[in-house]
Design a protein around this ligand. Structure first.
Ligand code: PLP
Ligand code: ZN
Length: 405
């Protein structure tokens, strides 16, 4: 296993207790410091002996590949999306489709590392709060690892597909009276009392696995670094993980430029975009986040300060999009590229469109949009925003009549 230690992101001190989720000295956020000296002796091609996926990048991961809990996560396609590019008016555009992970979202990348680490610690019960995808993913990996799993969901606000998955994989599903931020506070309390091992992205191991989406994008582009990467931001673990991955690739000398990280939020849940507008390093939590994009319906992002640093350090940007813009981008992806994503994922494409029209993104930039989750997670939203099936008598005439409408 690659050498590593857990450190405080804020005060830099070493953190020895494997069960804490914040710094015992200052209450700061945790982070894993990888020893990348062995990687400096390697070339990117050396990794290609392993199939593409999270574990190809094991030298960057704080878990033992021989003891992995894996369902073959990662290795998702990077589509060259020329029809979408022409529609939004940009020369070169790729979409990284994370909806093709084993449980249908990028969360599987973090869970394979997080649950492998939990197993190594001997954890018996794992748990998380979730807007849906984290719980679907954790439930699957807990099943694979033969662990008990408890998930804390905001009552009535979880997309049908995600809820079905958590139930299906056998997790104990707790429907919490409150929103995601409330559910997370409860899960953290349970973890602080050592009643479960927490696998939200506040756990420093999970984002380590999430670094792999960036490793794959750069690998799939043959180390030609794009100018910009756009992704939706909810709890802000993903954009922070992508930033950390970029820093590590720079550290080992595999890249010498970084893309501008561009975080998109929904207008009704936008603490990071608002902080960016004010050029602030910290954000003000929002009490009642609201958006059709339930996966980013988060008012108090755990990794918010990391996200802001990721955006500032890379010369990136943060903006909001409306629910209408999200739904319209979701449909555009389907219509032009045959890709079905959930609303939160479409925020990246909606953001691209908006920032192009505002002149903040140049039309000759090489851009990658990360589309974080599968559209089948949330069929209700799709059906609500599509036209209804057309009743048809069992006759050629009637079918013809309808087709010529
Ligand atoms: C979790 C999730 C997000 C948000 O990612 P964060 O790391 O919380 O910022 C976006 N889209 C989908 C589909 C997700 O599941
Ligand atoms: Zn600290």
């Amino acid at each position: 296993m690659a050498e590593h230690r857990v450190v405080c992101w804020d005060c830099g001190s070493n953190v020895e207790d494997p069960y804490v989720n914040t710094c015992p000295k200052c209450g700061g956020l945790l982070s894993v410091k990888m020893d990348l000296e062995p990687v400096k002796e390697m070339r990117p091609q050396d990794l290609r002996k392993e199939p593409i996926g999270v574990w190809r990048y094991a030298p960057f991961m704080p878990a033992d590949p021989a003891q992995r809990v894996s369902i073959q996560e990662g290795g998702t396609p990077l589509y060259k999306t020329d029809r979408l590019a022409a529609d939004v008016g940009i020369a070169r555009l790729h979409v990284k489709f994370e909806g093709l992970n084993p449980t249908g979202s990028f969360k599987d990348r973090g869970m394979t590392i997080g649950v492998s680490h939990a197993k190594e610690l001997g954890a018996k019960i794992v748990g998380c709060a979730s807007t849906g995808n984290t719980s679907a993913s954790l439930a699957a990996y807990a099943a694979k690892a033969d662990m008990k799993c408890a998930v804390f969901l905001p009552s009535g606000k979880v997309a049908a597909g995600k809820l079905a998955q958590a139930l299906f994989y056998g997790a104990k599903v707790l429907s919490v009276d409150g929103n995601f931020d409330d559910a997370l506070n409860l899960a953290i309390k349970m973890a602080d009392e050592r009643k479960l091992y927490l696998l939200n992205s506040i756990n420093p191991y999970r984002p380590e696995g999430q670094k792999s989406v960036l490793f794959e994008i750069i690998d799939q582009l043959d180390y030609e670094v794009p100018d910009r990467i756009i992704l939706p931001v909810g709890n802000a673990g993903n954009i922070s993980a992508v930033h950390k991955a970029l820093q590590e690739l720079e550290e080992v000398g595999w890249i010498n430029k970084v893309p501008m990280l561009t975080g998109i939020q929904a207008e009704g849940a936008a603490p990071i975009a608002k902080a960016f507008r004010l050029e602030s390093k910290d954000f003000v939590p929002e009490e009642n986040p609201e958006t059709v994009a339930t996966a980013i319906r988060i008012g108090n992002p755990v990794s918010g300060r990391k996200a802001l640093r990721a955006i500032y350090d890379t010369g990136g940007f943060s903006a909001t999009v409306t629910d209408e813009e999200i739904i319209s981008a979701q449909r555009l992806l389907g219509k032009t590229e045959g890709v079905c994503v959930e609303p939160a994922s479409a925020a990246s494409v909606a953001g691209l469109k908006k920032l192009l029209s505002l002149g903040i993104i140049e039309r000759d930039e090489k851009v990658v949009c990360i589309c974080t989750g599968n559209g089948l997670k949330d069929p209700d939203t799709i059906i609500k925003n599509s036209s209804s099936p057309i009743p048809c008598r069992n006759s050629v005439e009637d079918a013809e009549r309808i087709l010529s409408l």
